[in-house]
Design a protein around this ligand. Structure first.
Ligand code: FAS
Ligand code: PHB
Length: 389
């Protein structure tokens, strides 16, 4: 097989990039390790910046998003004693949209075939070859047979655990990483949310987040120590802990119900530089990871592929390479600012094992400052809504 751009991974990054290239008349093929059903079974992000929703509108794939997506003009930071509303709309004139990553992925998958975007699911053992030449090759196995995809470029959209970043020779890039000593235990339940906006709660027991997928489906998270066993957290224990951490004003509004999904996600901050090696580019989680506190993960994937699609169109239409050369630096400038915001909000809202009384007082003082400073609230609002491209 031959194509212009071979994309590894059919998550949000790969699907958005594939659609953007096809819309520009550039041929692309996506090679995905899992089945479509498996990709859709993963419960992940919930909050979309306009960076992402604008892409869906540009692609003409925002029909369901416009009907089912929930527009949110603000969210809350709480510490049990008080709730601070960050008024995104008043402070920035912008908003975010609550629309599950699963639904965004479904919309992109469903539109692929009629837009000439070929997705090869259940493609095992993908391996990259000759990435330092202008004729890179991707080999993989599918339906029991060996397969070869030749292309001008390969884009690694294969997430943190993918093969593309690992195909870059040791010493050709730099890794920056911070692993947090805790994770998030997430629960999805078909019960009405406890509030019409998201609540990020800091508590001496640990962090909690009240989110949602719709007006009848809730998504909650609690901070748990690394190494926690999911079996130690039956539904009732999770609901009890959420009531404590979200505080006495919110607890009575929590509707309990059976978990339809329950999982633990580790938290880390991670960046790999540069996001290009020869004819291989990286985008999305393949190049960076943020703790989900700032709701940036999926949205950074969207900004990466916005930059990369523009650069690839420049190359294939005009023969110009300048934008491709600038891609990594341009994407990393926005990535690092989102890494900073996600780290800072994680540091503010979570308990760290090494924290002492002083750290707890600093946390209270910072929330006190935010509660009384429009400047501080504006800083949080503009980062949460998404920094300019
Ligand atoms: P993805 O990981 O989504 O997609 C990569 C794709 O590549 C997958 O489909 C995978 O099967 C495929 N792949 C991997 N290796 C391959 C190979 N060798 N060959 C072929 N295909 C291969 N972000 C938030 O904003 N909020 C959240 O609450 C949140 N929760 C998360 C929970 C978990 C458990 C994880 C892992 C991430 C979470 N994220 C969250 C971040 C997440 O939403 C990512 O930012 C988003 O999925 C990024 O999309 P992609 O870069 O496309 O990577
Ligand atoms: C979610 O609804 O899954 C979600 C929302 C906001 C976050 C993280 C996760 O910051």
């Amino acid at each position: 097989m031959k194509t212009d751009v071979a994309i590894v991974g059919a998550g949000p990054a790969g699907l958005l990039l594939g659609h953007l290239l096809r819309a520009a008349g550039i041929d692309a093929v996506i090679v995905e390790r899992q089945s479509a059903a498996h990709v859709l079974s993963r419960i992940r992000a919930g909050v979309l910046e306009t960076t992402t929703t604008d892409l869906m509108s540009q692609l003409g794939l925002d029909h369901r998003l416009n009907i089912e997506g929930l527009r949110h003009d603000g969210f809350h930071l709480s510490d049990g004693a008080r709730s601070i509303r960050i008024d995104i709309a008043a402070l920035t004139g912008r908003h975010v949209t609550v629309y599950g990553q699963t639904e965004l992925t479904r919309d992109l998958m469903d539109a692929a075939s009629k837009r000439g975007l070929e997705i090869l699911y259940e493609a095992a053992d993908a391996a990259l070859h000759d990435i330092e030449t202008s004729t890179p090759r991707l080999t993989f196995r599918r339906d029991g047979s060996a397969a070869l995809l030749e292309s001008r470029f390969i884009v690694g959209c294969d997430g943190f655990h993918g093969v593309c970043r690992r195909a870059i020779p040791a010493g050709a890039g730099r890794t920056f990483e911070k692993v947090y000593p805790f994770g998030w235990l997430g629960i999805l339940a078909d019960v009405p949310p406890c509030d019409h906006e998201l609540i990020y709660a800091s508590h001496t027991n640990g962090f909690a987040l009240a989110s949602m997928r719709s007006e009848t489906r809730s998504r909650y998270y609690i901070q748990i120590p690394s190494g926690t066993n999911l079996e130690d957290w039956p539904d009732d224990r999770i609901w009890d802990e959420l009531a404590v951490r979200l505080g006495p004003d919110v607890a009575p509004r929590i509707t309990r119900g059976a978990a339809i999904e329950k999982s633990i996600a580790p938290l880390r901050s991670f960046v790999f530089e540069p996001m290009r090696h020869g004819s291989l580019f990286l985008a999305g989680d393949a190049a960076h990871i943020v703790p989900p506190t700032g709701a940036k993960g999926l949205n950074l994937a969207a900004s990466d592929v916005t930059y990369l699609a523009d650069a690839l169109v420049d190359f294939f239409r005009q023969g110009r390479e300048a934008s491709l050369k600038a891609y990594s630096d341009r994407a990393l400038a926005r990535i690092w600012k989102s890494e900073r915001f996600s780290w800072a909000l994680t540091r503010l809202m979570h308990n760290f094992p090494e924290d002492g009384d002083f750290d707890q007082r600093i946390r209270i003082a910072e929330l006190d400052y935010i509660a009384n400073s429009i400047a501080a609230q504006t800083t949080i609002a503009e980062n949460y809504a998404g920094l300019p491209l």
